[in-house]
Design a protein around this ligand. Structure first.
Ligand code: ATP
Length: 341
């Protein structure tokens, strides 16, 4: 309790956010912070993304003699961008997409009150567990893919920033069981009843897509109209946008690759070399890490990490692939208990 009180007293108070009590900081960005908070009236726990509107000019920020009101401020978050993020999030309702409860603003900040995902980032789960089994990877990636299918096919939205940091787990209760899905990593801990957020004892939480900061509404491929409106857009734009959904499919391939082995398909310390590798689509199924992973999984990844966007799998092709439709392996038979007389 003392710890909690100390933590709370360190939390900032924002004008315009009086209906909420901030409990903890969960995310840290250049111009935004994400907090765990509770709505005072209802007791409902939420996540609040607080986005700064302005930044003091660097040269003046530390100048104590300059009167506050004369300090020049630079707008750091474009209103149009944040409104677009809000518009896209408001228009979506799917179990694999983080919900936006409300949006408000003060003179200094924008506030996005969202559904709280207590299990944290998929990225942290990969770090914690080293890598995921094929069954667990399938369980996770199918949820993400359903979210992408909804965004692409039903909303005409491209996310454009799919990565393990933007895929968040719900917190799930400990259900003691011997679920084979997560046994490769967690078996010992499961017996101790240790809670692993998102991948808790015996069950696996829902995964949802977050951060629509870079997302965009695109053109409908069949009708060649922007989703929801009829436009007068030039063919080169329509042509370009026809393949823009494929950026999410590439990213989905990168996430699936990373889930299965624990490291990303493209990596180099030099940004130039890394860019070159991505541009050429140069990746390998590195031995020994990939030796025991099924051909089917590799086949699926190779159709996603495909440089030509016209050849890359669409979300429907992804979901129809045999690897996505393979039933998880049955649980191992119980070990017979032998009495030793
Ligand atoms: P980025 O630099 O990743 O684009 P950002 O400033 O745009 O960051 P978000 O990506 O939306 O902000 O959030 C930053 C981090 O805050 C996430 O990676 C996640 O760890 C945490 N976070 C965001 N939304 C939620 C949520 N609804 N529930 C729990 N944690 C969240």
């Amino acid at each position: 309790v003392e710890e909690e009180r100390k933590l709370k007293s360190q939390m900032p108070i924002y004008a315009g956010l009086e209906d909420y009590e901030i409990l903890d900081k969960m995310g840290d960005g250049a111009f935004s912070n994400v907090y765990k908070a509770v709505e005072i009236k209802t007791g409902k726990r939420v996540a609040i993304k607080v986005v700064r509107k302005f930044e003091l000019n660097a040269s003046q920020a530390g100048d104590k003699h300059l009167n506050q009101q004369f300090k020049k401020k630079t707008r750091v978050t474009e209103r149009a961008n944040i409104l677009k993020e809000v518009q896209i999030m408001r228009g979506t309702a799917h179990p694999s997409v983080v919900k936006l409860h409300s949006f408000s603003e003060s003179d200094e900040h924008y506030f996005l009150v969202m559904e709280l995902m207590e299990g944290g980032e998929l990225f942290h789960q990969i770090v914690k567990l080293t890598y995921f089994s094929e069954n667990l990877s399938r369980h996770v990636i199918l949820q993400v893919a359903q979210g992408i299918r909804y965004l692409h096919e039903e909303r005409g939205v491209v996310h454009r920033d799919i990565k393990p940091e933007n895929l968040l787990f719900e917190r799930i209760p400990i259900i003691p069981s011997k679920n084979p899905v997560h046994r490769p990593y967690d078996e010992a801990k499961e017996d101790e009843g240790e809670f692993v957020p998102g991948v808790g004892g015996g069950g696996i939480g829902r995964v949802k897509i977050a951060d629509f900061g870079l997302s965009k509404i695109v053109w409908d491929e069949q009708t060649m109209t922007p989703c929801g409106t009829v436009g007068y857009t030039a063919p080169e734009i329509v042509k370009d946008e026809r393949y823009s959904k494929s950026v999410d499919m590439w990213a989905l391939g990168c996430v699936l690759y990373t889930l299965l082995c624990g490291f990303p398909p493209f990596y180099d310390e030099s940004i130039n070399v890394l860019t070159e590798k991505v541009a050429r689509g140069y990746y390998t199924f590195l031995s020994p890490w990939w030796d025991d992973i099924s051909h089917s999984a590799k086949d699926l990844i190779s159709h996603l990490l495909c440089v030509d966007p016209t050849q890359r799998y669409t979300i429907d092709q992804f979901l129809a692939h045999p690897w996505c439709n393979a039933a998880p392996a049955p649980p191992p038979p119980p070990t017979p208990y032998i009495y030793d007389h």
